[in-house]
Design a protein around this ligand. Structure first.
Ligand code: FAD
Length: 421
């Protein structure tokens, strides 16, 4: 490739970064995609890995493979630690890499609202490693309880607390209830897995605040029917090895899962620019920095507002739309065209599943719930998976699990010590 073509560096191969890179497919440019992992992770299905329904390889694919046919793209597995906007370099743990255009799409991570010390005892779900760690602690809880004579200790081990009543919390609670009441029901001799206690804690007045109140009520009723103890208006004040403290009392638990908040990647710090309360970079109408039109920030790392004044939500379609917009814009600039319309977000809808046979769906005026919602949810997620083989495998796995109540990925792996004592 000629040395004189513009160098476009895309940091992060999540939903936003990949879409940006793909939109640069035909640009006469050198596109470098950098990610600290070698895989793109389909986060909406991570909870299925955490609850043993799917294997990690069902929801994550090598970035190198995804971009293998894009001749102008090079993939580097490196961690970015700084940006020198004046010299137009990014620094990784190994290299300095120059750019003419920079797209930062480094996503977000869990926020413990100033209590990072809770992280080791209340893991969040963001990466494949988080999902396998949570899967391990859920499955180990049952194994340890089976081997334990003391009833009180058994009860504590078989109590699962999920903090946060958004989509991830609801999905985790429903799936753990399925594991306890169905998948494992007949597998143990000294404990009855169906007696496991699953507590879903939400600080606000209702679950899934992005949905209309009647759908939140439906979600709550469905979870309660599945045996989940739903506690809204309840604030967690402390997480420790033995459970959680809340404003309504202590809950002893063997497993605590954090699904309560997110904070953006440190891109604002790298750039030395203003961020909002969630750490997201404030960008202009074309998603670039006001003082650096060659630097774009997209996806969960950017604070963007829709035309109605509402913040663009931190969801995959939003990141993809931003990625496509920025990739197309840079391609136009590289081709010598200028201008272009400001970014416009189009909200497609909201989806959340509740256990193995119910979901809520809100797509414009279309509102679905129950089994029909679940079918819609399943088809939508299979559609967005990458590659025919994965679509087929996931669809088959779900169909099989649906018929048999089984979960095929019940492996306890890894050497990390479980937190249950
Ligand atoms: C458990 C869970 C469930 C979700 N469910 C849904 C859902 O059902 N529907 C929905 O629409 N959205 C869902 N989301 C939100 C959605 O996944 C995000 O909004 C989306 O991934 C944001 O895309 P992004 O490109 O901004 O970041 P990401 O997709 O998170 O990608 C960021 C990438 O940057 C890389 N990276 C980060 N820091 C560095 C660094 N320093 N150096 C190099 N690389 C770096 C990461 O490895 C990652 O690959 C869910 C999120 C989670 C965590």
């Amino acid at each position: 490739m000629a040395l004189s073509v513009p160098r476009i560096v895309v940091v992060g191969a999540g939903f936003g970064g990949l879409e940006a890179a793909k939109a640069l497919d035909r640009a006469a440019a050198e596109v470098t995609v950098i990610d600290r992992h070698n895989h793109h992770c389909f986060q909406p299905l991570l909870y299925q890995v955490a609850t043993a329904a799917l294997s990690p390889a069902d929801v994550a694919w090598p970035i190198r493979h995804i971009l293998r046919d894009q001749r102008n793209a090079t993939v580097l597995m490196e961690e970015v630690v700084a940006v020198d906007a004046a010299r137009k370099y990014i620094r990784t743990t190994m290299n300095e890499i120059p750019y003419d255009y920079l797209v930062l799409a480094t996503g977000a991570t869990h926020s413990y609202f100033g209590h990072d010390e809770w992280a080791p005892v209340a893991p969040g779900l963001k990466r494949i490693e988080d999902a396998t760690r949570i899967r391990r602690s859920i499955l180990i809880a049952f194994e340890r309880a089976e081997a334990m004579a003391d009833r009180a200790a058994q009860n504590r081990l078989l109590t699962f607390v999920i903090v946060g009543g958004g989509a991830t919390g609801v999905e985790m609670a429903g799936a753990i209830a399925d594991i306890a009441r169905q998948t494992l029901a007949a597998d143990f001799r000294n404990i009855d897995p169906r007696a496991a206690r699953i507590v879903l804690i939400e600080a606000g007045p209702r679950l899934l605040p992005a949905f209309p109140p009647d759908m939140s009520d439906y979600v709550r009723a469905t979870l309660m029917k599945a045996g989940v103890d739903v506690r809204t208006d309840t604030m967690v004040t402390k997480c420790d090895e033995g459970g959680v403290d809340t404003n309504a009392g202590r809950i002893d638990a063997g497993t605590v899962i954090w699904a309560a908040g997110v904070v953006a990647s440190p891109a604002a710090r790298w750039l030395g620019v203003e961020a909002d309360r969630a750490g997201r970079v404030k960008v202009g109408p074309d998603l670039s920095l006001p003082d650096h039109p060659e630097i774009f920030v997209i996806g969960d790392t950017a604070a963007v507002f829709a035309s109605d004044g509402h913040p663009v939500p931190g969801i995959a379609p939003a990141a993809k739309q931003m990625g496509h917009y920025v990739g197309t814009l840079i391609a136009a600039r590289v081709a010598g065209q200028s201008g272009g319309k400001p970014f416009r977000y189009r909200h497609l809808g909201d989806l959340a599943t509740i256990g193995r046979r119910a979901a809520v769906v809100k797509f414009g005026r279309l509102q679905l719930k129950g089994f029909v919602g679940w079918v819609f949810w399943s088809v939508a997620h299979i559609y967005f998976l990458i590659g025919l083989r994965y679509r087929f495998m996931v669809a088959f796995t779900w169909f099989w699990d649906y018929l048999t109540f089984q979960r095929g990925a019940r492996l306890i792996t890894g050497s990390e010590q479980p937190r249950q004592k």
